[in-house]
Design a protein around this ligand. Structure first.
Ligand code: NAD
Length: 249
């Protein structure tokens, strides 16, 4: 287990699912954890359960993202780790997709990443220390899935953003990396329906879905001091789902 004592970590979309799994693992490693989420009731319950602190956030609003970082600095004096994890993934066939559906996806998943990371870097870079971990996905950067063209575009976009941003911060002691989850059992994934879950289980070599803490452990590594020489990179956590099988196997 990496040691995150003395570190302050902000996890967006941390009220449930993968964000909660990340918050739990970072807290166990000793970090003081702040959960920022649009769902106040779930966010407060999660903070109470994990011994953290909750801040309201709509990540698609730039002013909210800046306010959350200001609040973290006001209450904790520093921000060492940002896990920019918020994301939505409603399915919609391309033929039926409206401009509003496309924009909502990008406003939360991609623009929200830009807003949140930019706000965090404004306090991390002058201090000369920071760890940013973005939750992307295998869908988009590596694979596709029918009904998720807007989602896939947003998740691939996060990686392009991450690589260039990482280069801008490389001299400031700030690293920016991404985890790429496969299929992780969360409320958001369950909302895709039982048929989807069964199809995914069949596609995973171990036939078992991942847990939010599987992503938490990967994020904890990238958020650690020890990962100081890793930046602009991606870590796939998918139980081997995207590995091509050898024809001879
Ligand atoms: P989830 O739906 O279970 O949880 C998402 C959280 O984000 C919720 O607490 C929700 O209230 C919050 N949220 C939604 N809109 C928000 C907004 N505008 N501002 C602030 N908070 C908001 O989702 P999850 O499965 O835990 O996924 C989390 C992240 O992991 C997403 O970025 C998703 O794309 C990514 N991901 C998930 C999977 C998976 O299998 N679950 C796979 C690959 C990638």
């Amino acid at each position: 287990m990496f040691d995150l004592t003395q570190k302050v970590a902000l996890v967006t979309g941390g009220a449930r699912g993968i964000g909660k799994g990340i918050a739990r693992v970072l807290g166990r490693a000793g970090a003081r954890v702040i959960i920022a989420d649009i769902d106040a009731a779930a966010g407060q319950a999660c903070a109470a359960e994990l011994g953290g602190h909750y801040l309201p956030l709509d990540v698609s609003r730039q002013a909210d993202c800046r306010r959350v970082v200001d609040d973290v600095i006001a209450s904790h004096g520093q921000l060492d780790i940002l896990c920019s994890n918020t994301g939505i993934f409603p399915q919609c066939a391309l033929a039926d997709m409206t401009e509003q559906e496309w924009d909502r996806m990008h406003n939360i998943n991609l623009k929200g990443t830009f807003f949140m990371v930019q706000a965090a870097l404004a306090v991390m870079r002058p201090r000369g220390y920071g760890r940013v971990v973005i939750t992307s996905s295998i869908t988009g950067p590596i694979t596709g899935f029918p009904g998720w063209s807007h989602y896939a575009a947003s998740k691939a976009g996060q990686l392009g953003f991450m690589r260039s941003a990482a280069l801008e911060c490389a001299r400031d002691g700030v690293t920016i990396n991404a985890v790429m989850p496969g299929n992780i059992l969360t409320e958001g994934l369950q909302a895709q329906g039982e048929a989807y879950l069964e199809q995914m289980k069949a596609a995973i070599p171990s036939h078992c879905l991942g847990t939010p803490e599987d992503i938490g452990h990967a994020a904890c590594f990238l958020a650690s001091r020890e990962a100081r020489y890793i930046t602009g990179q991606t870590l796939v956590v998918d139980g081997g789902q995207v590995l091509p099988e050898s024809p001879e196997a």
